[in-house]
Design a protein around this ligand. Structure first.
Ligand SMILES: Cc1cc2nc3c(=O)[nH]c(=O)nc-3n(C[C@H](O)[C@H](O)[C@H](O)COP(=O)(O)OP(=O)(O)OC[C@H]3O[C@@H](n4cnc5c(N)ncnc54)[C@H](O)[C@@H]3O)c2cc1C
Length: 492
């Protein structure tokens, strides 16, 4: 990209948005300077523009496509994609389109359970707006200062379900500056069904984990707040992992438990700043009306007890204090309350969400395969992590997030101190994870910026990359938006 063209465009953006909305590092070329928390790259901070309205995004993309070919933008919402690249673009040359100033909750319908939010709306703010209403937000375990829209754009996972299942409509600006709405969109005057599929091919999924448009608002489906929520915690020995996972699955297939089952290995508890023990710990959500909860809890306790695999059975209510920071975060997040989540950052990094990337001497890397919800698959994953430890010395954390009765989002977490030895070992371990897990059929569902080039090879059929290429060529022929993100073919 020519620096003259970039400067001209940034000057035009400055005129449109005001000087405080532009950050353009002077005199630095890619390759120099600072890094983010994950130490993915060693280079200068990218140029950043921060629009406040959809009209400004439309205008910026139109001028980009018509007047300055060769400049690309990388939209992000709050840029806290920790462990996967934070706020760094995949392509070093892209200008970051930081949408965090677009932070309006445009509408909130607690009757039907719909919120229309812009990318800068954090899960903490939306959860707070729902406080005391019959609806709650499906929150994640990440900071309260992360974005609802940004997380869904990478198909993140909340405590209740995968975040993309919360999104039923999107407002999108295409590469030529055209604004469109896809999926269901509420209308103040005419009642409309919150039906996301419309007619013909579904269009909402086209813009998740894609680089086909800039999302400027989303319709988020809320969840009815259960009358009562209880969290059962149990522990089990590492050697019982396989039968314990199968036994826990049985609670979900029988309809006794809801939401996302979470199981942490001892190392994972340590990675997130909890009290490290030698065993696994599981968090099971039982909720509904009080009489149903009481009956389900009795059955859960009986079934787990009879299996002989579990001990330390406890039942917590949302007014209780968790035994450690991890337990406390999960307990509250299950009820749509992310107010404890930042304690996990403080416990591991000793800093706030706003300081993590800039000042911490710690880093995280995440590897996120989907695996079948069976004890056998989880045990197989654990064996691979043991092999990685043998090869690199890195003790990866393993968190099972069972998002449906058949599917586990397995979070493999690596925490390191930012010195050369630990950074190098962490990245070596991550590379092995990308090699060994897919070889067993455990393919990641979400990828960090350094491994985007592997995406075409990880797709289950080569025809899929061709289709992605056809869509990209039709919608963004100049590759203006997020080049290299979940690409059709390896990006150069
Ligand atoms: C302790 C800890 C716990 C975590 N727990 C969870 C968890 O439970 N679940 C989970 O999913 N993650 C978790 N994470 C990972 C991460 O922090 C979250 O996923 C976070 O929500 C991502 O950051 P963000 O919301 O700022 O999204 P962003 O960084 O803004 O967005 C992510 C990516 O989506 C794309 N994008 C964003 N906005 C747009 C847009 N408007 N238009 C087009 N493309 C866009 C961009 O490519 C961007 O890089 C955790 C991390 C840590 C450190």
């Amino acid at each position: 990209m020519s620096r003259d063209r970039l400067s001209a465009w940034l000057a035009a953006c400055e005129k449109l948005l005001g000087a405080d909305s532009i950050h353009a590092p002077v005199g630095l070329e890619p390759g120099d300077g600072a890094t983010n928390v994950s130490l993915f790259r060693s280079r200068c901070a990218p140029a950043t523009v921060r629009p406040m309205t959809t009209a400004q995004v439309r205008h910026m993309l139109r001028t980009l496509s018509e007047e300055v070919p060769g400049v690309s933008v990388y939209p992000l919402s709050t840029g806290r994609n920790w462990g996967l690249g934070s706020a760094e673009p995949v392509d070093d040359g892209a200008v970051v389109l930081d949408l965090s100033r677009m932070d309006r909750i445009r509408s909130l319908d607690v009757g039907l359970g719909l919120a229309v939010v812009e990318p800068g709306v954090t899960q903490g703010r939306l959860a707070h707006a729902l406080h005391g209403t019959p609806m709650m937000l499906n929150v994640t375990a990440s900071s309260a200062h992360t974005s609802v829209v940004g997380n869904a754009m990478d198909r993140g996972v909340g405590l209740r379900r995968q975040r993309c299942d919360d999104i039923i409509g999107l407002e999108v600006v295409l590469a030529d500056g055209t604004e469109i709405q896809v999926g269901a969109w509420p209308d103040d005057d005419t009642p409309r069904a919150p039906y996301p599929h419309g007619l013909g091919p579904g269009l909402v999924p086209l813009f998740l984990q894609s680089n086909l448009g800039v999302v400027t608002a989303a319709v988020v489906k809320l969840l009815p707040r259960p009358e009562q929520t209880r969290m059962v915690t149990v522990r089990f020995a590492a050697e019982d992992l396989e039968p314990a996972v199968d036994e826990l699955r049985h609670l979900y297939t029988r309809g006794l438990a809801h939401g996302v089952l979470k199981i942490y290995s001892a190392s994972a508890v340590g990675v997130y700043g909890g009290l490290r023990r030698s065993e696994y710990v599981a968090y099971i959500c039982v909720d509904g009306v009080a009489s149903v909860v009481a009956a389900a809890l009795a059955e859960v306790e009986r079934a787990l007890g009879e299996s002989g695999l579990f001990h330390d059975f406890r039942c917590l209510s949302p007014t209780d204090q968790g035994a450690d920071v991890v337990e406390d975060v999960v307990l509250h997040a299950l009820t749509g309350d992310p107010s404890r989540n930042d304690d996990m950052l403080r416990a591991t990094f000793g800093v706030t969400a706003h300081e993590v990337d800039a000042t911490s001497d710690q880093g995280w890397l995440f590897f996120l395969p989907m695996i079948p919800f069976t004890g056998r698959a989880v045990a197989q994953a654990r064996s691979l992590l043991e092999k990685v430890k043998e090869a690199t010395g890195v003790d990866c954390g393993m968190t099972v997030n069972a998002i449906t009765f058949d599917l586990i989002d397995l979070v493999v977490s690596i925490r390191f101190t930012r010195n050369f030895g630990e950074v190098e070992a962490a990245h070596r371990a991550l590379n092995l994870l990308y090699e060994w897990f897919p070889a067993q059929g455990f393919v990641p569902y979400r990828v960090d910026i350094d491994h985007m080039g592997l995406v075409p090879a990880l797709r289950s059929h080569p025809g899929q990359s061709r289709l992605v290429e056809l869509l990209k060529t039709a919608l963004d022929p100049q590759s203006l938006i997020s080049p290299g993100r979940y690409p059709a073919f390896p990006h150069h």
